[in-house]
Design a protein around this ligand. Structure first.
Ligand code: FAD
Length: 554
């Protein structure tokens, strides 16, 4: 695809500056054996811990000792009921996440595959019309797997504990118990960059400094480790933003006639609302529906009354049959959810001897369902680089940023800019997408696939980003969305007047139309009366022939 997109090129450039700034720190980076503190036992932190401990050779001096610290509970110790009690959402895993998991022998087969469902089809609903898309032959590029977030964390945590903590009597587990320390219920307050240690508050309020050789920030979107990057590096460019969307999600039994092994997509399913239905284990489906911040949904959906919500859903949600009362009861019992997205220009620090993984580096909108895929991908790439560079951190850390920053920023941008906030532009972009999908199906050798479909089928996000930018879609949508967002926040803060109510807008339109009509009538009356009052001007001399005029002008 030729030259990299402009902002990726500038990221590389700032990355290079940063590398030269940090070169003096290289000499101070620790060597094996290393004590690694991983902050965050989400998917990224857990897979990173598994990968690091897998690098130890049984019977030899361990290369890595790992201290995994999380402010929450150990999900590995919870049963199904306990996992369901905690806030969660459905995750669509595609090739980046599944490949990262499959690199670890036994992890997918014996653990992860047991807690999710494989899907083979996608159903797109336009009103009550359903368009099916079968995946065809499933390859390692096109496979898709749906799993509850808490359940995948549970299976990764169990794998970690059973392989590296609990002695099962099998030789590898028995020889490794001391190399992993788990600290749940412990929150990191800050990083002390000068002494390479973190300040932790434990479950009963006890506080202590914990030293490290390598620090892995896998602590999610509000990362404390990332805050240390901000405090340490003047050239660290980090933007944290609201995804500008509010949504609610309900988990219900799969309604009769609705297909399992299928992802259900509900674009414009109600006024201003988009939705998605992800099937879960146990014959259930998680339906998530949301709206953009500047275009609030209709009042009925904001009501606290289940009966009002149920009646509205019954009337307007046509895609699939729903148990309206049950959905409405779950709908009103929860607040509107939102998440945050973030972009950074590098993911490693020589001075801190630290790396950022997952949402700490590139939290994003769930619109394309790729956040966890790339969080797991980060852990896999870090492991590959440790292998490639013989655990030599001065080579591994910059190589990690070079490999992952472009993917992380492409992830955040592609997910954020998938749809225009402006109705007209959104419609135009959808038409372009459909034309491209049709043209590709007719001339697959000549026309490249739609980039948004390609990312779920083996294309990297940076490649899809480059193609979207080449087509002008990134730039156009970014401009329109940024203006709408800015206007919304200016209105919310009282900087400019609030938006007019729809009825006032309509009245203004009608008045403007009447004014234009009156002006047109007035103009006709004036010109016709002046035509009768004054004589015609004397005839002008004949104009030159076209041939002559051409020569003259030339
Ligand atoms: C509604 C929704 C739908 C989504 N759908 C998809 C999807 O379909 N596909 C997909 O790939 N992704 C999806 N995602 C994104 C996905 O959930 C995240 O990208 C993924 O969970 C990130 O994993 P992580 O390990 O980086 O961070 P997290 O899962 O956020 O884990 C961070 C961990 O760090 C701990 N922590 C935080 N701060 C501290 C601290 N100071 N001290 C100690 N511990 C700390 C937290 O307790 C937590 O356990 C979705 C997200 C949402 C919100």
């Amino acid at each position: 695809h030729g030259a990299p997109p402009r902002h990726i090129a500038s990221l590389r450039h700032s990355g290079l500056n940063m590398l030269s700034d940090q070169r003096s720190k290289e000499a101070q980076l620790p060597k094996l054996p290393m004590h690694v503190i991983i902050v965050g036992a989400g998917p990224a932190g857990l897979l990173c811990a598994i990968n690091l401990l897998s690098r130890n050779v049984a019977g030899a001096v361990p290369r890595y000792t790992v201290e995994l610290i999380d402010g929450g509970q150990d999900y590995g110790s919870l049963d199904e009921g306990g996992l369901q009690l905690r806030r969660s959402w459905m995750i669509g895993l595609a090739w980046p996440g599944l490949r990262a998991i499959r690199r670890v022998p036994g992890l997918y087969q014996d653990y992860v595959s047991k807690v999710g469902v494989r899907i083979k089809k996608t159903a797109l609903y336009i009103g009550s019309k359903k368009l099916m898309q079968a995946s065809g032959e499933v390859t390692s590029d096109s496979e898709k797997f749906l799993v509850d977030r808490n359940f995948i964390v549970h299976s990764l945590a169990r794998f970690l504990e059973e392989r590296f903590v609990r002695s099962t009597g099998s030789p590898p587990a028995a020889s490794r118990p001391e190399k992993l320390t788990l600290r749940y219920g412990t929150k990191i307050q800050f990083v002390d960059p000068d002494a390479r240690r973190v300040y932790a508050r434990g479950p009963s309020g006890e506080e202590q400094y914990l030293p490290y050789d390598l620090l892995v920030g896998a602590d999610g979107v509000r990362s404390v480790v990332r805050a240390a990057f901000v405090a340490t590096h003047r050239d660290f460019n980090c933007a944290v933003e609201d995804i500008f969307e509010r949504f609610k999600a309900v988990l219900i039994s799969l309604p009769e006639g609705v297909e399992d092994e299928c992802m259900h997509v509900f674009p414009s399913c109600m006024k201003g609302m988009n939705g998605i239905g992800l099937v879960a284990t146990g014959g259930r489906i998680n339906i998530s529906i949301g709206h953009r911040c500047h275009a609030p949904c209709e009042e009925e959906l904001q009501s606290d009354e289940p009966a009002v919500v149920a009646a509205y859903l019954k009337k307007h949600f046509k895609a699939i049959p729903l148990p309206y009362e049950e959905v409405a009861a779950k709908w009103v019992s929860q607040p509107w959810s939102s998440t945050t997205m973030c972009r950074c220009n590098f993911y490693h620090s020589m001075k801190l001897s630290a790396v950022l993984l997952g949402d700490a580096a590139h939290a994003t909108s769930p619109s394309i369902g790729m956040g966890m895929n790339h969080a797991l991908g980060d852990a896999a790439v870090l492991d590959e680089l440790l292998q490639k560079h013989d655990d030599h951190l001065p080579a591994v850390l910059p190589a990690y940023s070079a490999a992952r920053v472009k993917e992380g920023n492409a992830l955040t941008d592609v997910a954020d800019l998938i749809q225009s906030y402006d109705g007209g532009q959104a419609m135009w972009m959808t038409l372009r997408q459909m034309a491209r999908i049709f043209a590709h199906s007719m001339l697959p050798r000549l026309i490249a696939p739609e980039p948004y479909l390609a990312i779920a089928n083996g294309t990297t996000l940076s490649t899809a980003y480059a193609e979207l930018e080449r087509m002008g879609r990134i730039e156009n949508i970014r401009r329109v969305n940024a203006a709408i967002k800015q206007r919304h926040y200016a209105q919310m803060s009282g900087l400019i007047p609030p938006p007019l109510a729809p009825c006032v807008k309509r009245l203004r339109f009608v008045l403007a139309a009447i004014a234009v009509a009156l002006m047109a009538v007035g103009y006709v009356l004036v010109t016709s009366s002046s035509a009768t009052a004054s004589p015609l001007p004397p005839p002008s001399p004949p104009s030159p022939s076209p041939r002559f005029r051409f020569k003259y002008n030339f």
